[in-house]
Design a protein around this ligand. Structure first.
Ligand SMILES: Cc1cc2nc3c(=O)[nH]c(=O)nc-3n(C[C@H](O)[C@H](O)[C@H](O)COP(=O)(O)O)c2cc1C
Length: 262
């Protein structure tokens, strides 16, 4: 097992000294090239194809250390990490989700049934009603992926050699799920800087339903699995995956005036 990457107080002091004068303002002229950190964010993509080679343990520890330094409301740090690198266990996690989705898919995916059939109409109505009850978890987008997973055309954990489960402590201040999002972003970007690929796995929440597995991962009150992140060496160059991004309206208030940008 690799030595802990936990930063000690003297390491932090050293970091502060190395960062030079904190009060100096660094100017970035308009139109300047993206800096390395900005570029890293622009180049990050979800990776769903991994080499079988395992990621060295010390790199995972480095990533978790960057995760630990995420901001959180009230500094409540309402999270816990579980690292799964046991191939058999990842396969069991995958199989549990597949079995669950096999049950859910016929009940929720109306596209499985012929146009104009009563079954299609009824399933669509049911899916719409359920979506009203829970806009987020029962959103149509993940519902369409459910069938692909149930039919073995898409893997939940993408056959990654390492899966990091992000457990949320539901006693956290404010909205601890947001803190989990920030922790995960820290972890994902640290992985990217180390040449690793990652993918967030929202479907991992289904593991909470498996009482035995949840207990094994410590996902019992006040903890539950909020998200997971798969980690591994990417196959191909993830930056080549072009994913569309909308240009949302930006309202800009300055000097008593509102302007709108896109
Ligand atoms: C919270 C969260 C949960 C996600 N869950 C999944 C998932 O279960 N499976 C998956 O393949 N991708 C998942 N994704 C990845 C998104 O599909 C992806 O980020 C989005 O399509 C944009 O693509 P990009 O990450 O390559 O830029 C998730 C992303 C986030 C932020």
């Amino acid at each position: 097992m690799a030595r802990s990457n936990a930063l000690e107080a003297e390491d932090l002091e050293q970091l502060e000294q190395n960062s030079g004068s904190a009060s100096a303002i660094r100017e970035t002229p308009p139109g300047a090239d993206w800096n390395p950190i900005e570029e890293a964010f622009l180049r990050r993509r979800s990776v769903r194809k991994y080499k079988t080679r395992q990621v060295p343990a010390h790199l995972i520890r480095r990533m978790l250390e960057i995760g630990r330094f995420a901001p959180s409301q009230g500094n409540s740090q309402a999270w816990k990490f579980v690292v799964v690198r046991d191939k058999k266990l990842i396969e069991r996690m995958e199989q549990y989700c597949v079995d669950e989705f096999k049950k859910m898919s016929p009940a929720l995916d109306y596209t499985l049934y012929p146009q104009g059939s009563l079954r299609r109409w009824f399933t669509r109505l049911k899916a719409r009603l359920l979506n009203r009850l829970d806009h987020n978890m029962l959103h149509p987008v993940p519902m369409t992926v459910l069938t692909s997973i149930a039919e073995g055309r898409f893997a939940v954990f993408h056959k990654a050699p390492t899966v990091i489960l992000l457990l949320v402590d539901r006693r956290g201040v404010g909205c601890p799920e947001i803190d989990i999002g920030i922790v995960g972003t820290n972890i994902v970007m640290a992985a990217q800087s180390l040449g690793l690929g990652t993918c967030w796995i929202g479907f991992s929440k289904f593991l909470n339903k498996n009482k035995e597995m949840a207990a094994q991962f410590g996902a019992e009150w006040p903890y539950e699995i909020s998200e997971a992140i798969t980690v591994g060496y990417p196959i191909g160059d993830p930056a080549q995956n072009h994913i569309s991004r909308q240009t949302h309206e930006i309202a800009w208030w300055e000097d008593g005036q509102k302007e709108v940008f896109y």
